[in-house]
Design a protein around this ligand. Structure first.
Ligand code: ZN
Length: 875
């Protein structure tokens, strides 16, 4: 896949389309080797468009068999093919265009457009896959009504699906059959989907609050039909939740989900016909972990929520991607918080944000939530657009209040229903309903980088006033050297000696026990008045009220007080993280801090004794900051040394607690049923965390306990917990357990991916030889993104000893694999290359070698997707 130098697309160049498409009829003669697409578009020049403006139809890798404009073949001069597709000029103000194209789904390994997965034909069109199916104005601000007729071999493809409602079906000569689907809602081409296959259908119903009966259908390969119950129940919960929490109701007679094995992303919200990576549909307690269950539920909900935030109201252009993604992530986070994980959801989300989005925002790929330029839009489906985008929505709610926020959402959906709009439109509605000026807030959308906030306090005992001095600064990012000041909501509380919250007054407001400080200046002070005792600790950034790096210079005692007492789960966990991070940093800098580590041991011991701490929160409190996040604490660091320091802290901290750790373990047999309840999942999380800590601390009998847990486990969660605990131990038990797992799940690709990931991540033994063996394993396929990600991802993210080998062999190896992958699947290659762009943050020897591998890759004639990331990574 070799492309010419990519062209930059600029937001400032945006022009509304000159043509509307009033209706679209598609007829597919489906066949893996030779699919014919007959397309009939009714187009009309838009009022106010430039007179004589040509009609742009995008097209890519299409074989055009015929084209007619109002029934006649256009003259060669008025129909020009260029690198974007077709340009039709000299058209009357209204025309009907008929085009026949030929495509080859079986040769499509990029998995964009129409392709083959398993025995099925399926599509992925967002963002620009539709142009690989037929010529069309493939941009999100061209909305039209679709009528789709599918024709295929009846035995091979008994199931024929497309968006909307099925209006006709029947048989055809020569063993073929057809189905006709009509979608009453105008939509952009990226929401188009079709599926043809031999699939089982698991069906149920949902009655909307206004009484509409909706058929729910999940389509999977026949042998997977027993693994759909969780996905179906998740869908029903999500539909109910969207009505109750957001007032959003479903609008078609049928809602379909199809699971496919080969899929570049998680899932896709095509109108009425979601396509899913099978990994986010299929689950049973013995094959899926609790994390899998939670992810499935949240992805099902996410795609469902898109029906309003994305489909009914869509994006004007791809710069506005966060309009739908940030908002929909926010909505799915709310759902998981309220229905499934409660307090610990925020902890998990912040952990992810810090481990993945913060590094993105601090590295060469940093970009604003609403980017203003791109070479390849596929590379902007990022943590920044999704997760930081969701943080912006959350901050808006914090700033204007829950009531105004909810009214704003209602008004947004009502006003823009059926339209393609911008993030500015969204914020404008929030400003309107709240009466607040959000001009400064808007900068969050246009400015990249994680703001750094510093905070200091001074207590005036005589006056009973605590002064809080805050300052903000955002470091430069590529292309943005000067940064503006942001509006940062910082939620705070004060804890007294007894651990309870103190009341005070902020400004002229009535007495309260929690406040939102709105930091808008570079430096700004706030006073909390009416304090009768000195606060023992300040609980900063409660609920992680803003996506910033906050440094409050708090001492060990103050942080330990928060760990013991804070009633905000996030702030409590964060205080522990700060202490743990300091302990690791000290070790990396060869300055072990025994007092700090002792204080941590004491704090952890107290938590283990405290029966009021919920198991799930206790598990989170016992976790060290992720390696990826720790790397961000240094300008440059040796990743192997950071990993060792992290392990050393874990060991020194928990070794003295061996007995307490064992004593605190929940009763294994009781919680091993895989039940999808907050309580059971919390207990299992604690079981696994305690086991991991005991093994890490070298506790007596810990390895034996891991082996027992593995062999006795009925739930995949506890089996995985045992394997993960021993995966970096150079002991025979590791090999035995992993071999057993491989034997058991050889035939089950999704479960086998867990084995691939563990083997790739393990730092013991010869990681390179093992990597080779994984790639030769009969269950491995370069053409399947899940397999490739399961092997290469963990190798880069966790196998520090091998990936970061000082001689650069790990980097070279990965670069070589990515070159090979790029020829098949550019999108997946462009994602997996990201760790190689972090060379600036490594010690000098590794830095140079990683950069060299990236440079070597750059010289290879790469796809546009991969070239874009590599070039930005080198710049
Ligand atoms: Zn989404």
């Amino acid at each position: 896949m070799k492309d010419a130098t990519p062209r930059m697309i600029l937001l400032s160049d945006y022009q509304p389309p000159d043509w509307r498409v009033e209706a679209l009829e598609l007829r597919f003669e489906l066949d893996p080797e030779d699919t014919r697409v007959h397309s009939r578009l009714r187009v009309r020049r838009r009022d106010g468009s430039a007179p004589g403006a040509p009609l742009r139809l995008h097209g890519r890798d299409l074989q055009r068999l015929s084209i007619a404009v109002n029934g006649a073949e256009p003259s060669p001069g008025s129909c020009v093919e260029d690198r974007e597709g077709l340009l039709l000029s000299g058209l009357p103000d209204a025309a009907e265009i008929a085009i026949e194209t030929r495509i080859r789904p079986d040769a499509n390994t990029a998995l964009e457009g129409l392709y083959v997965s398993g025995g099925s034909l399926c599509t992925q069109c967002e963002p620009e896959g539709f142009r690989r199916i037929t010529y069309f104005p493939d941009r999100p601000d061209v909305l039209t009504r679709y009528r789709v007729r599918l024709e295929a071999d009846a035995a091979r493809y008994p199931v024929l699906l497309a968006n909307g409602n099925r209006v006709d079906a029947g048989s055809l000569p020569e063993g073929r059959h057809y189905a006709v689907w009509e979608d009453p809602f105008p939509k952009p081409s990226y929401l188009f989907a079709l599926v043809a296959g031999d699939l089982a259908c698991i069906a149920d119903r949902f009655t909307t609050r206004s009484g509409r009966e909706v058929a729910l259908e999940i389509y999977v390969e026949h042998h997977n039909r027993e693994r759909c119950a969780h996905a179906l129940a998740s869908l029903q919960r999500a539909m109910r939740y969207d009505e109750e929490a957001f007032g959003r109701e479903y609008d078609l007679d049928v809602y379909m989900i199809v699971a496919v094995d080969d899929f570049n992303m998680g899932a896709m919200e095509n109108k009425g016909l979601n396509l899913f990576n099978a990994k986010y549909v299929l689950a049973s307690p013995d094959t899926a972990t609790d994390d899998d269950y939670v992810h499935i539920e949240s992805v099902i909900a996410h795609e469902y929520f898109h029906n309003w935030s994305g489909n009914r109201v869509t994006c004007r252009d791809w710069f506005q991607l966060s309009l739908k993604e940030g908002l929909t992530v926010f909505r799915d986070q709310e759902f998981t918080t309220d229905c499934t994980l409660f307090g610990v959801k925020r902890v998990d989300d912040v952990q992810r944000l810090r481990a993945f989005q913060f590094p993105e925002d601090a590295g060469p790929l940093a970009h604003p939530v609403r980017p203003d330029r791109y070479a390849e839009i596929n590379n902007f489906y990022t943590m920044t657009v999704y997760e930081k985008g969701a943080e912006l929505i959350r901050m808006l709610r914090t700033l204007i209040g829950r009531d105004a926020f909810r009214r704003g959402l209602d008004r947004y959906f009502q006003r823009f229903d059926g339209q393609a709009v911008t993030t500015d439109d969204f914020v404008a509605v929030m400003a309107e309903v709240s009466g607040r000026d959000l001009a400064q807030f808007q900068r969050w959308y246009t400015q990249a980088g994680t703001p750094q906030v510093t905070a200091r306090t001074r207590f005036d005992a005589q006056a009973g006033v605590l002064q809080l001095d805050l300052a903000q600064r955002t470091p430069p990012t590529p292309g943005q050297h000067e940064k503006d000041l942001l509006q940062v909501p910082i939620r705070v509380a004060l804890l007294g000696r007894d651990g309870r919250r103190l009341s005070a007054r902020l400004g002229g407001a009535p007495e309260a026990a929690e406040w939102v400080l709105e930091l808008t200046a570079g430096e700004q002070s706030f006073q909390l008045r009416g304090l009768r005792e000195p606060p023992a600790a300040v609980s900063w950034l409660r609920g992680f009220s803003a996506p910033v790096l906050l440094e409050a210079g708090q001492g060990t005692d103050e942080l330990a007080h928060l760990v013991a007492n804070d009633d905000d789960a996030f702030a409590r966990w964060d205080a522990a993280q700060t202490l743990l991070r300091r302990a690791v940093i000290a070790r990396v800098e060869d300055a072990v801090d025994p007092r700090l580590e002792a204080a941590l041991t004491t704090a952890m011991a107290a938590l283990l004794e405290d029966s009021a701490v919920e198991p799930v929160l206790l598990a989170a409190l016992l976790e060290l900051p992720a390696h990826r996040e720790l790397m961000e604490s240094f300008e440059r660091a040796d990743p192997v040394a950071v990993d060792q320091a992290r392990r050393a802290v874990e060991h020194s901290l928990f070794a003295p607690l061996a007995e307490r750790l064992a004593a605190r373990a929940p009763e294994r047999a009781r919680w091993d049923d895989g039940a999808f309840t907050a309580e059971a999942m919390g207990q299992r999380r604690l079981l696994n965390r305690l086991l991991a800590v005991r093994v890490a601390a070298g506790g007596e009998g810990a390895l034996e306990e891991a082996a027992r847990q593995y062999h006795e486990a009925r739930s995949q969660t506890l089996a995985m917990g045992a394997l993960a605990a021993v995966n970096d131990r150079a002991e025979p038990v590791r090999g035995e357990l992993l071999a057993d797992f491989e034997r058991r799940y050889r035939q089950d690709p999704l479960v086998l991916d867990k084995w691939f990931a563990l083997e790739a991540a393990s730092q013991v033994g010869d990681g390179f030889a093992r990597l080779e063996r994984l790639l030769e394993h009969p269950g491995f396929r370069w053409s399947n993104p899940n397999r490739v990600r399961a092997v290469l991802g963990p190798f880069m993210a966790q196998n520090h000893r091998h990936f970061h080998r000082v001689d650069g062999a790990g980097y070279e190896r990965i670069a070589h694999y990515l070159e090979r992958l790029d020829a098949l699947n550019p999108q997946t290659a462009a994602r997996l290359v990201i760790p190689l762009t972090r060379w600036r943050r490594l010690d000098e020897a590794r830095s140079a070698r990683m950069r060299a591998s990236l440079e070597q890759l750059a010289g290879k004639g790469l796809s546009k997707d991969l070239a874009d990331v590599v070039e930005r990574g080198l710049a």
